[in-house]
Ligand binder design. Structure first.
Ligand SMILES: Nc1ncnc2c1ncn2[C@@H]1O[C@H](COP(=O)(O)OP(=O)(O)OP(=O)(O)O)[C@@H](O)[C@H]1O
Length: 308
């Protein structure tokens, strides 16, 4: 288990991490969410021992982080957002190079390299120079490096953002496999559908502060919202204000001829909204009720702070 209490990180006078607390349960997939610049990479760099922090307490499996850094780091694997390699090496040579510095017994190296190449689906590309790999292939090679020493805690910083949908699914499947093997995964990402697919816990960071930590299930149960998506024949800018003032409407988001109306009172909105809309001199071409997803919850939390 990772426990973080009162963690503060400053660059000069700029407090990037503003006294955050959170707990990552062993064996879980912990989704660490936040907009650009929220402080996700900084937090991950601290937890993987790459940078120092100003104050706070971090314990991993009950061990104080600074006091037991070497012991703890042996349990940790990290895939940074933009992993860097020696481009002139082949993928296989690079993993042999990592083996050389990892302390793994000589006799196990060949089988470990082969196993990892297979796991990240790079066996066919193992003899190509890394400089010629696509971003997705580099990401997968970085994952092989992070996994080299069978980490108990795996930190992944935006591991799928460079990948095409197929590549993303492969990484998400791998995360699920790792979780099944009891690896704790700390996943920073912007891609909320990925979080919905693999995470157990969600932590939302905004401007260095934690807005919310929750199990994904609780978050969905508590904050899920019904949204009415309506498309009109003509531009609907002029009716937004009127709709916002309806007592059962919480928020209206407009995109040219379409509106997303967030309901405060779902039952009332179901009964009354359509009646209200047909009175307008703008024919409706589409009307549907959608269940909000994590993306909607995230946008409401980070942009409005209106459900806290
Ligand atoms: N070495 C540094 N010196 C000064 N400021 C820094 C340094 N590293 C990061 N920052 C600032 O700290 C804040 C948090 O950055 P961080 O990279 O942790 O955010 P992030 O949530 O990972 O964003 P992204 O999704 O863009 O990677 C940003 O405002 C960034 O400019």
């Amino acid at each position: 288990m990772i426990e973080v209490k009162g963690l503060i990180k400053k660059y000069g006078d700029f407090e990037v991490i503003k006294s955050i607390d959170f707990t990552v349960k062993k064996g879980s997939v912990f989704g660490f969410l936040g907009k650009n610049g929220a402080g996700k990479t900084t937090t991950m760099n601290i937890l993987t021992g790459l940078i120092n922090y100003n104050s706070g307490k971090i314990t991993i499996d009950g061990l104080d982080f600074p006091e037991n850094k070497n012991q703890i780091l042996r349990k940790i694997g990290y895939l940074p957002e933009n992993p860097v390699f020696y481009d002139y090496m082949t993928g296989e040579e690079y993993l042999y190079f990592i083996a050389g510095v990892s302390g793994i017994p000589q006799m196990s190296i060949k089988s470990r390299v082969e196993e990892l190449l297979h796991q990240v689906k790079l066996t066919d590309a193992k003899d190509r120079r890394v400089g010629g790999y696509s971003r997705g292939m580099k990401q997968r090679l970085g994952l092989a490096v992070a996994l080299f020493n069978y980490p108990q805690y795996l930190f992944l910083d935006e591991p799928t953002s460079a990948l095409d949908p197929q590549g993303r699914l492969e990484i998400l499947d791998l995360i699920t496999e790792l979780k099944d093997n009891k690896t704790t995964v700390f996943l920073s990402t912007h891609i909320l559908s990925d979080v919905e697919r693999v995470c157990d816990e969600v932590c939302i960071l905004d401007k260095g502060k934690i807005l919310l930590t929750s199990s994904l299930e609780d978050l969905q149960n508590k904050y899920i919202q019904r949204i009415f998506d309506i498309t009109f024949e003509n531009d609907c800018s002029s009716i937004v204000e009127k709709l916002k003032n309806l007592p059962y409407v919480e928020k209206v988001v407009q995109q040219k001829r379409s509106l997303s109306i967030y309901a405060k009172d779902l039952e009332k909105a179901k009964r009354e909204l359509l009646n209200e809309l047909v009175k307008l001199d703008n024919p409706i071409v589409n009307y549907q009720i959608r269940q909000g997803n994590l993306e909607d919850i995230f946008i409401r939390l980070v942009n409005n702070n209106d459900i806290l």
